[in-house]
Design a protein around this ligand. Structure first.
Ligand code: ATP
Length: 224
């Protein structure tokens, strides 16, 4: 050990400067990850699991006028607001993006995202395909866009039927919309398959995407 230290000293002397001990890689910039995909593909399921495996990431809570489903918690799964409250948020320019999705308003509060980025935290946003397009116009290549798909259309519909949260009309509308949405896959950076019973695999791939993004030489730089 001592001999080694001595050698290092000799090297430093020969170099005429001390050997730097700081990190050689620059600190990674905070990441904005947009997770999108057709209704019922498993966005919520994937994000809920991702929260458990990557607890350093911040998950922005979407505001919605849609009625709360039995197991959903206000402020955790969504901010459940009235139509009037939502309209006030639009008027006050408080939303990064918002849309009417199957008759209900959904939107991302800007402040939550901004606060996280300023503190240097990574942020995950959950948006429908329409919302992802809006965010792309704002953040462009400074955010990472992930498109979630099921293994097949049949599998997606089976999952939606099993969830039992839609009437038949709403279900048909969601399927038709999903067909259109699938055509927009090429607007995304990554596609992740959330296959039946394979939630862990989808979450693990997203986790690896995050790690790979952190290792980019040319870091994306999101700001609002
Ligand atoms: N890999 C999987 N295997 C089996 N079931 C799954 C898988 N992923 C999600 N599910 C189930 O499929 C249903 C739809 O998932 P989820 O509600 O997360 O979709 P979503 O994309 O958030 O839908 P929406 O956009 O309509 O809110 C849920 O009942 C969920 O538990």
């Amino acid at each position: 050990m001592e001999l080694q230290e001595l050698r290092l000293k000799e090297i430093e002397q020969a170099l005429g400067s001390p050997l730097a001990t700081g990190p050689q890689a620059p600190p990674p910039k905070p990441l904005v990850l947009v997770i999108s995909g057709p209704s019922g593909v498993g966005k919520d399921a994937v994000i809920n699991r991702l929260k458990e495996v990557r607890d350093e990431i911040h998950f922005v809570v979407t505001a919605t006028t849609r009625p709360r489903r039995p197991r959903e918690v206000d402020g955790k799964d969504y901010f459940f607001v009235t139509r009037e409250q939502f309209e006030a948020m639009i008027r006050n320019n408080e939303l990064l993006e918002y849309a009417i999705v199957y008759g209900d308003f959904k939107g991302i509060p800007k402040r939550q995202v901004r606060d996280c980025l300023v503190k240097g935290f990574d942020v995950v946003l959950r948006v429908d395909v329409q919302g992802a397009a809006t965010i792309r116009t704002i953040l462009g290549s400074n955010a990472v866009f992930i498109f979630l798909v099921a293994e097949s259309e049949a599998a997606l519909v089976k999952r939606l039927v099993a969830r039992k949260t839609e009437t038949k009309d709403k279900l048909l509308l969601r399927i038709a919309t999903a067909r259109e949405e699938l055509k927009r896959m090429n607007e995304f950076d990554y596609v992740v398959v959330n296959a039946e019973g394979q939630l862990e695999k989808a979450v693990s791939l997203i986790s690896h995407i995050i790690d790979a993004e952190k290792a980019r030489v040319h870091q994306r730089e999101a700001s609002l």
